[in-house]
Structures are given as C-alpha cells and as structure tokens.
Design a protein around this ligand. Structure first.
Ligand code: GLC
Length: 553
C-alpha cells in the first residue's frame, strides 16, 4: 500500500451546523446536536467532519461573517460543548475540521469597529479603505458577489470600504502584517484545541491588485464582477506560503482551500510539493452552467463531455503531485441530483449513480449532509421564502437585466444555496426530527420517504449504498491510491474510467441518461461485476442511470 496520509484514505463529511440537529428547540442546529449524531456518522464510515463556521456572527451570511475568530456562537453552544465534540469524535476516530473565513470579517467584528472609527486608529489599515471619486461615487465600478456595488460608504470615517461579498462582510487587508498575524494566531488557537484540519474560505480574493481601476461593465447596472478584477491576483501565494509556514507545517492535519477561479492547470502552484494546501476545491465541474462568473440568469446548458473533462483534468493535474478533494455538493450548491442529472431522473438511482463516481474517483471524497440520503432541491413560491442572501441578490439582478419575476424565480429554484440548507432529514416526525421548535428554514416535503431512519432499515436505500461504497473504498488500495484513466471520452451518455495499481483494475461506468445504452463489452476485459445501483448487470449494457463497478484482480 502506498504511503498515504489518514486524510487521503478517509471520506470527509460536511456539516452545516445551523441545519443539522437542534437539541434546544430553538429552530437552529447546535453543537450538542452534532455530538449526538456521531454514531450515525461513524456508521456511515467517515473519518473527518468539516464544520461550516460556528463562531459568533450576526449571521448575515450564516456565519461566514465572523465577529470573533476564537469563540463559539451562543446559538451553537459553548466552548465546552465544542471541546466535548472534539473529545467524543476522537473516541470514534473522527477529526473535526474548522472553516477559516479570512478574506473578510463581519462589520460587527471589533477589528472593523475600531478600523472604521477614524483614519488614524491603530487598526485604521486593517481593512480596504479608499476615498470616493471626485464626484463622490465609489472608487471603482466593481460589483460584489452578492450583488450591488462592492464598495460601501462609511460616514463615520468619510471613506468607502471594499466588500467582495455582502456589505456586512468588509474585506481584510492582508498587506498589513499585523492582520496576517492576528489571523494566524486564531488558526493556532483552534489547533491547540485539537482540530484535524482547516477548510479555508474564499481564498482567491485575499490579494488585491496594486491599482484599483474600473473594468468593462458586464451588466446593465454598469458594474463588473469583482471576481474578474481581483481574483487570483499575483502575489497571493506569498501570503499563503507564510500561512503554511506559520500555522500548518508540522501538524498532522489537512488543509483544503476554496478557490473559485483556479483552473486544473494551476493546481500545481496550490497543492503538492510546492503548493500551500493539501487540497484545493476548484470549481470547474460545478461552474459548468456559468459563462462569466456566477451569474445565475445567464446560465447555460452543458454536455456530459464537459463534466467528464473538468473532472478528468483535475484528476490528471493531481496525478503525481498533490491531492484532489472530490465533491459534488456543498452548502453553496444545488443538490447534486438536480445539478448533474436529467430532470425526470429516479432520485434513488440518480443519487446512487453520483455516489458511485464520487467514491471511486482519485482523491478524498467530501459528502455534504443529506447527500447520503439523496436529499433534493426545493422550490418555494416567493423570493420572500428564501433566506440566502445570494438568492436575493441574484433575483434582483435578474429583474434589472429584464427577466420576468417567473424567470427570476426559476433561476432561484435551480441555484439557490437554500437548496442545500434545508434541515437534515432524520426521521418522519415533525420537522423531519431536526427540531421540536420552528425550524429556521422549512424542511423539504419529501422527508417522509427521504430520511435517515427509514433508509437505515432499508438495505436498498441511498444511505446503505453510501455506507457500502465508503467501506469498499476504504479497504481498497486501487481506489485510494490507484491511477485514473478515462475511457469512452467522447461519449455523451456514459462516464467511464478505470483505476489501477499494477495489474489490479477497477472499472467504473455510469449512464447519465434516462435510456438504456450499449457499449463494447470488450473494454471491460476479463473483469467481473462487483456491484452497482441495479442488482445485476449485463456486460456492455447500462440501464437508465445505471452505475457499475467491475474488478479485475
Ligand atoms: C464561500 C462560502 C460561502 C460564503 C462566501 C463568503 O464561498 O462557501 O458560503 O457565502 O464564501 O464567505
């Protein structure tokens, strides 16, 4: 067996604490809720939990607006609850991974409150402040990721500040060494608590360009996406090398950066022997519907060959150097069944098809809460039913671009981040067993059939299929360490690849369409059918949405 690290052999489970399990009837999930579900996660077979932010926050962006980097938000519990979670997880050989949101803080963070108070206070330079243009307007025409200008006027200080995301999320000034040190100290604080790693948020935005200039407008609002003007600015890796040196090095942890905008051919700068992280979430496969930045109303149709190419390029780019985090869902994305498979797909077959690929590609699989149950998107009637700040921004933007309210709602139905944030479906009691109070976000109506309790008892459920795959992968050198090679590359119906270590081979094939398809059985050589999402398989044929695993020893 190749010498792999613990985090290369395990699967990671992502928890959105707000929606996972509420033990106080507040309507919001909490840390005790996570602790009480550790046995469920152990049985699933995962070895690490990535928690989205649990720090004190005004929750404008559900915790991605941090008011204090070294404390726990009281709606989630106390530091003692967190320590208990780490200890209980450890007993089960599960590590806890924290989310570091270091591009920006909350505007209620004491650092920002001090920074905005004058141009001369000790933290005056901790955020990105600029004077207005001569006519009083914003310093540049950049549009924030959540919509509207990326600049906010601050009366108190008489200047604008930059916010790549919401107005309440001012960008930190990484050029200032004191800011970097304060952020590194906070990460070290969590390492001392015994965390097993970090997911580092929105990292491509931390370095700003030298000169702030207007860009060519890309919308009727006369603005240009901030992403196009600031993402991945030269010099960014210097900051991150310092971060690695001062925080990550020497610990038995993993780090995974969130790096929208990084392409497969750039991965070598980010991961591997000269890189800064162990893994990098790049979004080439998730962003297929987008033509220019994440603008929902200008989304497009995409082909299976594009999805296969995106995934295969990342597999190849991390073949000899670096490691890949395989993911089809997170708290910002539609549910994968809705995202990647045809509209009228049988949800159970669909969930299992994607699971088969997720758990057999090369890299560490990341499973998002509820994905293992086959949870799906929701579609609420009115924009007022949605909590997600980005959904509101995109809805308003679509209206301004001239789309009708119905069209704008269709975009929200498909892309809203609330699709992934509806409460976890535990059983068929009130609120799917998530909360005895009023859930902060409505539960998906399909909870009586799609829930952990029902699926636990059904040997044919999505949940039991995930358990089987996770186990199969964990014990299998070919799947954890083996090479990856795609075949049937130009096929628009079938995703097919082979994993191999010397003479041992595992073939994975998945039919992405709703018709039966045929291919030449010779491709599979002498290999034997192991399992798939139908009971049996006829070599050379795939039923609608069928996924199969063949093995040659
Ligand atoms: C990342 C997070 C997302 C958040 C944004 C701003 O993309 O995943 O949820 O809104 O950063 O912090």
């Amino acid at each position: 067996m190749k010498n792999l690290k613990w985090w290369q052999k395990t699967a990671v489970y992502q928890i959105y604490p707000k929606s996972f399990m509420d033990t106080t009837s507040s309507g919001t999930g909490d840390l005790k809720g996570i602790t009480c579900k550790l046995d469920y996660l152990k049985k699933l077979g995962i070895g690490a939990i990535w928690l989205t932010p649990i720090y004190p926050s005004p929750m404008v962006d559900n915790g991605y607006d941090i008011a204090d980097y070294t404390a726990i938000d009281e709606t989630y519990g106390t530091m003692a609850d967190f320590e208990k979670l780490i200890a209980e997880a450890k007993k089960r050989d599960i590590k806890i991974v924290m989310d570091l949101v270091y591009n920006h803080s909350s505007d209620k963070n004491k650092w920002f409150i001090e920074s905005k108070s004058s141009k001369t206070n000790p933290k005056a330079d901790w955020y990105i402040w600029r004077d207005a243009k001569a006519d009083g307007s914003a310093p540049t025409n950049w549009r924030s990721i959540f919509g509207g200008s990326a600049w906010q006027w601050c009366e108190e200080r008489g200047q604008y500040y930059l916010h790549t995301f919401a107005v309440e999320q001012p960008d930190l000034n990484w050029e200032n060494p004191e800011v970097r040190q304060a952020l590194f100290d906070a990460a070290n604080f969590w390492l001392e608590k015994g965390v097993g790693g970090f997911r580092i948020d929105a990292i491509t935005y931390i370095k700003k360009p030298k000169n702030f200039v207007d860009g060519e407008p890309d919308g009727k609002d006369g603005l240009v996406a901030v992403h196009a003007m600031t993402a991945n600015t030269e010099g960014i890796l210097d900051f991150l090398h310092e971060f690695k040196r001062k925080v990550f090095d020497g610990h038995d942890i993993f780090t995974v950066g969130e790096a929208n905008g990084v392409e497969a051919n750039e991965l070598k700068y980010w991961v591997g022997k000269d890189g800064v992280f162990d893994m990098l979430f790049e979004f080439s496969h998730m962003n297929l519907p987008f033509t220019n930045g994440e603008i929902w109303c200008y989304s497009r149709e995409w082909k299976l060959t594009e999805l296969k190419k995106a995934l295969s390029d990342s597999q190849q780019a991390t073949k000899d150097n670096g490691w890949y985090p395989v993911f089809f869902e997170n708290h910002d994305q539609p549910r994968c069944i809705n995202h990647f498979l045809p509209k009228n797909s049988d949800p159970i077959k669909a969930a299992k098809t994607l699971a088969t690929i997720l758990l057999t590609l090369r890299g560490t699989p990341f499973i998002y809460e509820g994905q293992e149950l086959g949870m799906t998107n929701v579609a609420w009637d009115s924009i007022d039913d949605y909590n997600d700040i980005q959904s509101h921004g995109q809805y308003n933007f679509a209206l301004k671009e001239g789309f009708s309210p119905e069209q704008a709602m269709n975009f929200v139905h498909f892309f809203s981040r609330d699709n992934a944030r509806t409460p976890m479906q535990w059983d068929n009691s009130k609120n799917a067993g998530f909360s005895k109070g009023k859930a902060w976000l409505p539960v998906n109506e399909n909870y009586p059939e799609v829930n952990a309790e029902v699926e636990d008892k059904n040997s044919d459920s999505v949940l039991n299929y995930y358990r089987k795959l996770i186990n199969f992968r964990a014990d299998n050198e070919v799947l954890t360490a083996g090479d990856y090679e795609e075949f049937l590359k130009d096929d628009e119906r079938i995703f097919a690849f082979v994993r191999s270590v010397q003479n041992k081979k595992i073939y994975v094939l998945a039919n992405f369409i709703l018709d039966e398809v045929n291919f030449s059985a010779e491709i599979l050589g002498q290999s034997k059918f192991i399992f798939g999402n139908y009971e049996n398989n006829v070599k050379g044929t795939l039923k609608p949405l069928e996924a199969v695993i063949y093995e040659e020893a």
